[in-house]
Write a protein that binds this ligand. Structure first.
Ligand code: NAD
Length: 341
């Protein structure tokens, strides 16, 4: 199992934004970005505007969208940019969208966990998902808003209630964990960062973030001490940024790159260019938990195949086992939030 996953992940990395090889087709994808005026939204919009596969970029936020849209629309790339501000304009923003990327919501401040954002962000994701269910039920939905471990179940429950849920179309974006792992491993081992591939499985918070250092490409040996240092650094990397920003928010620029890489992968999939990314999705990859991030094959309908965790080390298996009760808590909290509202 580990070999094909590695091979596919490598192929994904080689065909991603790192080495763009674009094949145009007649399909003209619309990407809607919800939270477009925020710290992540603005640089993510900039990257999506430059993605040659995107034909229409619809920017939605509750404030400041016209300025961001006017600015981006002056960039000489082909994507048409439209601005949509406030709940009355949300329907038009997401209508007929092929991909919807959601970084709407508040970020962490020092001392906060991602779960501390739940009270504010749960309602935001629920309300956005309710409109998506009506206006664009077939869209692929990529959720960046934290806590991702809970916001993905929240969106899924809303779509279920509306009778339009397709588990292949709802994604929690964990790409930043992959990007960080690749940066840290490349730095530690002197690898070419652009050719280093590290699968990250589990979820997107604390101990649920599980880098599979035994599956790094190119094949890389780590000492036990290196693994013991690198694993928590990857798990706490978001907090490293939150603390360095000292109250001014969490990761925005690296997240924008990661979000653009993932959105580009979804769009390529829609256009028939199958590729592999890690993502937090409804999954039977690990027993006893309903949502789990693993490498997944993306295609025209979203998730085409769940590739699973592959062959993991005893250390990684322990981390996977420990993540299950934590994920279940996060998932149950999201499900209860929608059921109670
Ligand atoms: P930000 O505060 O800079 O921007 C958030 C934007 O969302 C603002 O423009 C705000 O107006 C908008 N917004 C608020 N309510 C909205 C609504 N109902 N509809 C549409 N837009 C709305 O925050 P940020 O730094 O861009 O972070 C956004 C989210 O991304 C946070 O929840 C953060 O925790 C999360 N995040 C996720 C990852 C990840 O790896 N998945 C990484 C970093 C940050």
């Amino acid at each position: 199992m580990s070999l094909p996953v590695k091979t596919l992940v490598q192929a994904a990395a080689n065909s991603g934004l790192r080495a763009v090889s674009v094949r145009h087709s007649s399909q003209a994808p619309k990407v809607a970005l919800l939270g477009a005026a925020g710290g992540i939204g603005q640089p993510l919009g900039l990257l999506l505007k430059q993605d040659p596969l995107v034909a229409h970029l619809a920017l939605y936020d509750v404030v400041n969208t016209p300025g961001v849209a006017a600015d981006l629309s002056h960039i000489d790339s082909n994507a048409k940019v439209t601005a949509h501000t406030g709940p009355k304009e949300l329907y038009a923003a997401v209508e007929n969208a092929d991909v919807i990327v959601i970084p709407a919501g508040v970020p962490r401040k020092p001392g906060m966990t991602r779960d501390d954002l739940f009270n504010t962000n749960a309602g935001i994701v629920r309300d956005l998902a309710a409109v998506i269910a009506k206006a664009s039920p077939k869209a692929l939905i990529a959720i960046i808003t934290n806590p991702v471990n809970s916001t993905v179940p929240i969106a899924s429950e809303v779509l279920k209630k509306a009778g339009v849920y397709d588990p292949k179309r709802v994604f929690g974006v964990t790409t930043l964990d992959v990007v960080r792992s690749q940066a840290f491993v490349a730095e530690l081992k002197g690898h070419d960062a652009s050719k280093t591939v590290v699968p990250v499985v589990g979820g997107h918070a604390g101990i649920t973030i599980i880098p599979l250092l035994s599956q790094v490409t190119p094949s890389t040996k780590f000492s036990e001490e290196e693994i013991a240092k690198l694993t928590p650094r990857i798990q706490d990397a978001g907090t490293e940024v939150v603390n360095a920003k000292a109250g001014a928010g969490s990761a925005t620029l690296s997240m924008a790159l990661a979000g653009a890489r993932f959105a580009n992968a979804l769009v390529r999939g829609i256009k028939g260019q199958k590729n592999v990314q890690c993502a937090y999705v409804a999954s039977d990859a690990v027993k006893g938990v309903e949502y789990f991030s693993t490498p997944v094959e993306l295609g025209p309908n979203g998730v085409e195949k769940i590739l699973g965790v592959g062959k993991v080390s005893a250390f990684e298996q322990k981390l996977i086992d420990a993540s299950v009760p934590e994920l279940n808590k996060n998932i149950a909290k999201g499900v209860a939030f929608v059921k109670g509202n």
